[in-house]
Write a protein that binds this ligand. Structure first.
Ligand code: THU
Length: 131
């Protein structure tokens, strides 16, 4: 199975774990690290709304907690047959850990996906090297 298929499978499996009693909008994500590991994440909502964490950040933080340093690809899936793009907060978190050439895989369904570069979705950004 190629790496894109593996990441899509992980994101779709992760989506099933979403805790979304408020929005009922289930998101799944997966990240690939520079050491070749894949971590999944789902969105986890909260009765107080703002503490909600997106699927992408859950996957990224799991990887970082596990000692991973850099993320080379991120896959995201939301509503089936439409494209769900990462929110602004997740883009800034990605900026911290993504490689310069990091790819974002936006999943439409198990077979169809679109690949964009991370640099396209957060141009003129503020990152670790700016401090
Ligand atoms: N959400 C994500 O998990 N990732 C995104 O890229 C977009 C939004 C979640 C947050 C919230 O639980 C639900 O989707 C509706 O906004």
């Amino acid at each position: 199975m190629n790496i894109y298929k593996k990441m899509i499978k992980c994101a779709l499996e992760s989506q099933k774990k979403a805790y979304t009693p408020y929005s009922n909008f289930n998101v799944g994500a997966s990240v690939l690290t520079d050491s070749g590991k894949i971590y999944g994440g789902c969105n986890i909502e909260n009765a107080s709304y703002t503490p909600t964490v997106c699927a992408e950040r859950v996957a990224i933080f799991k990887a970082i907690y596990d000692g991973e340093k850099k993320i080379t690809k991120i896959a995201v899936v939301g509503k089936e047959n439409s494209l769900t793009y990462p929110c602004g907060v997740c883009r800034q978190v990605m900026r911290e850990f993504c490689t310069d050439d990091c790819e974002i895989i936006i999943i439409r369904n198990e077979q169809e996906y679109k690949i964009i570069k991370f640099s396209e979705i957060l141009p003129y950004s503020f990152g670790p090297k700016d401090l």
